[in-house]
Design a protein around this ligand. Structure first.
Ligand code: ZN
Length: 486
């Protein structure tokens, strides 16, 4: 067992400022007052910087490709899930085939590293948003990893569109922002990352375009279930949906072109984590450290930087009010999943009939003229940084535990290697990370080497801990909250 020695600095009483307001003055909320508990171990958790490979990948994201994809998808008139599927120029069938053709073009130039599949099923009418039986198709291009190809990360946008009436499957439904923008990101990242002049990632990445989102998340549900029901269950260690990532300008003109929201759910559905496990999670204060939240913290660390030019604003909730998204079926299948969405929305340009209101002269509808293609390119870079960093990490350690069998001010942790094993996953060592319980992101880190057990001289009662793996070249993975040894 390795014991990390503590120094001799004692923590100041955290309530000192409250008890001595005069002396504390403005320092009441300073770092000294809020950075509790004091510790003498570990280092400041400095976010992982992009590798030269990643920087060159991000530099290749081209706004003109994104613009061309969105204009092409808009040109199909409508991509409503119930629209025609037997035309080459109009309807969701034409859009599906064009997306598959584009992915296949990249696959043909990839030296066999990218493969493309169109998968789907017949969805019966449901008496709700599916008026008649319809084929739901997902187009998926998979970039096969070199070391742990069975570990998968998924990025998706939905290619179906809608107008004001969700059952209207013939009117012009451009869906430029919602969600040709998300599909354009899947295509552009697949194009770049599959090129043979870049190294292949260690794990696999699936670039997806799904249908049926507006009618009830049908395509993403089918994709998530396809992975979950495979034998063995596909090890999806992270999924992102890009849905409405086309503009940063709100209806009141507020613009925030350098911020992207990332929605991350707290407690997993009860079908994924049963009530006993949930009770235990609540007992230890683990409700803010679910797999989805720690995936989002990872994205913040690797993608909020100069290489992407973006701030990643993590929102600790499943989604916006009244809205749903394609990450949800993945969460329900037990996979960590987050949603990217623009920082300010303009509801005149979502789910609207394309029209000019007579009185105001205002243009409604989800038209490409309201998209900011430079913004979408930056969102693509955020996704690229997250996916590349994930796929070159060793993945998550398993069975991460903390010893709580006796009263102690030490914290003793145990864990198992990632699914592929230490050698298979290329684990070079592990890190213990922590933060104050009221802090949003990891603040401190300690390199503990290639071990599977560590004693840290810092009380588990006062901070939140996580254990993460890193590869020999230092690429870090997503941290995992330890659960008490039972
Ligand atoms: Zn959408």
């Amino acid at each position: 067992m390795t014991v990390v020695a503590a120094g001799s600095i004692l923590s100041p009483n955290p309530a000192w400022g409250l008890m001595n307001p005069q002396e504390a003055g403005t320092a009441l909320f300073s770092c000294a007052a809020t950075n509790w508990p004091r510790k003498t171990i570990g280092e400041i958790n400095v976010p992982q910087q992009p590798s030269p490979d990643l920087e060159s990948i991000l530099a290749e994201v081209d706004r003109s490709n994104i613009e061309a994809t969105i204009l092409k998808l808009v040109s199909f008139g409508t991509r409503h899930t119930l629209s025609v599927q037997n035309s080459t120029t109009r309807g969701i069938g034409a859009a599906r085939d064009w997306i598959a053709f584009e992915f296949q073009r990249y696959a043909n130039a990839s030296d066999g590293r990218l493969t493309v599949e169109t998968i789907g099923y017949e969805q019966p009418s449901d008496g709700n948003r599916i008026l008649f039986p319809v084929r739901i198709s997902d187009v998926v291009a998979t970039l096969h990893g070199t070391e742990t190809p069975e570990r998968l990360y998924v990025v998706s946008g939905h290619y179906d569109s809608r107008v004001t009436d969700v059952l209207d499957y013939t009117s012009f439904a451009p869906g430029a922002d919602d969600d040709a923008s998300g599909v354009a990101i899947s295509l552009e990242l697949a194009r770049i990352m599959s090129q043979p002049n870049y190294p292949r990632p260690k794990a696999s990445i699936a670039f997806a375009a799904v249908a049926g989102e507006e009618q009830g998340l049908f395509g993403s549900t089918y994709l998530a279930q396809t992975y979950a029901n495979a034998t063995p269950k596909v090890n999806v260690e992270g999924m992102f949906t890009n849905d409405i990532v086309g503009s940063s300008t709100a209806d009141d003109g507020t613009a925030d072109p350098f911020t992207i929201r990332l929605f991350a759910q707290g407690l997993p559905p009860l079908t994924v984590e049963n009530s006993t496990a949930r009770e235990r999670r609540l007992t230890i204060g683990g409700e803010n450290d679910t797999p989805a939240r720690n995936l989002a913290r990872f994205v913040k660390e690797v993608a909020d930087n100069d290489a992407t030019g973006m701030n990643v604003s993590v929102v600790y909730r499943l989604d916006r009010y009244l809205r749903g998204g394609d990450h949800r079926p993945f969460l329900e299948a037990g996979y960590p999943a987050n949603r990217f969405t623009e920082p300010n929305e303009d509801f005149a340009h979502q789910h609207q009939d394309v029209r000019v209101e007579e009185e105001s002269g205002k243009q409604y509808g989800d038209l490409p003229e309201f998209c900011d293609f430079n913004f979408i390119a930056r969102v693509a870079r955020v996704n690229g940084a997250a996916l590349w960093s994930l796929a070159n990490s060793p993945g998550i350690p398993r069975n991460v535990r903390v010893n709580s069998t006796e009263l102690s001010n030490d914290s003793i942790f145990y864990w198992d290697p990632p699914a592929a094993g230490e050698e298979g996953a290329g684990v070079g060592g592990y890190e213990v990370v922590w933060r104050a319980t009221d802090a949003p992101f990891w603040t401190d880190v300690m390199d503990v080497g290639l071990v599977n057990e560590i004693t840290v001289d810092l009380s588990k009662d006062n901070v939140v801990f996580g254990i993460r793996a890193k590869s020999a070249d230092g690429s870090r993975g997503v941290a995992v909250l330890p659960f008490p040894v039972s």
